[in-house]
Design a protein around this ligand. Sequence first.
Ligand SMILES: *Cc1c(COP(=O)(O)O)cnc(C)c1O
Length: 434
Amino acid sequence: MKLYSTNNTSSSVSFKEAVFNSMPQDRGLYMPVTIPRLSDEFINNLDKYTLPEIAFEVAKTLLGDTIPVADLKALIEDAINFDAPVIKLEEDVYVLELFHGPSLAFKDFGARFMSRVMSYFLEKGEKQLDVLVATSGDTGGAVALGFLGVPNTRVTILYPKGKVSGVQEQQLTTNGQNIRALEVDGTFDDCQALVKQAFTDAELNSEYRLTSANSINIARLVPQTFYYFNAYAQLLRQGKSKVAFCVPSGNFGNIGAGLLAWKMGLPVEQFIAATNANDTVPAFLKTGIYNAKPSVATISNAMDVGNPSNWVRIADLFKEDTAKLNKLIEGYSYNDDETLEALKQVFADYNYVVCPHTAIAWKALKEWHADHKEVTGVFLSTAHPCKFPDVIPADIASNITIPASVKELEGKEKQAVQLPADFEAFKAYLLKNV
Ligand SMILES: *Cc1c(COP(=O)(O)O)cnc(C)c1O
């Protein structure tokens, strides 16, 4: 597999380089030079395969001989070791539950796959890989649990003090081993600025092999295609083959992976991008004008992105056919009141509790589906509702079944180092704690 930068398609790098660089020097994003199609035979028989089998076939097709097949198979079986069930809520409305991984969010797919790919590519005797990650909540948990115990790697997470939920904080701070958490007295933006500055600091870069684990890394995108194929497989088993996916979107990595799956041959009638008040993309789809804005805070905070970084990838996928992009993707956006109403309505209609991000996807799907009854609609549930207890009304939250993994966290001791939002303090910490 070769990848080019969306800013310069004339030169290319290997998958390994793209994984370790995360971002090209020219600040574009890596995209595959060619996107191979899966055989019709495989697509038509998807219902005969399990999730790990599908993941292996898709990865093998995309990555080519980058990783020998036996190694790739083992890597996938280790990384994708949890389920992604599609559940029927009403006639032709299904939810794809992506929260059965260790951090209870869809980011587990990307983080677990990426950690194992990075570890696989590290040569014997190479310097330990130091992953720095800033989080507003969900990314940090997925990366921490994704890298936990992975040989020759260490993760340092920066999270804003008092601004992540209880479950999120426990997932970040109770791991030990190769994971350490820094509780920063500041905002998520402060955390991100500290990490960005570390990457440009000569002394830190000579001391450590620093890498980022953010959502623009191509190794996070690839595994997110797997569950689209697997969802389709489950619907085929129920006799459904005309499918639309509605994706709650922030940085547009998740829906970008869906579009990549489509490009590889997955038959999808429609993608629906559902956002909160950060509506840059829905507004673009309506007006044709892409107007990046500063992000605004909402109750679906994992989607508070005013300038989605993965949008350039989606634009790149459709650069030869922008009319197709406009047809294939519909956009909807909702404010916090509408989000909360949707969350309540989902519970009233199905006795099913969703997180606020998922509630937005449900609402968008229902709005679209009203005029498209002949298509089976699937909305993606990106996180378990127990991660957002403060946002969910108490009478609904009391119906959430707490997963065993969360109960286990409760007894564990929080280990976090307090830091001011100050680069010199952060740097001193890193240099002192080799
Ligand atoms: C990260 C996240 C999103 C947004 O996904 P993108 O790939 O950034 O569009 C949506 N919901 C939840 C719960 C998330 O953690």
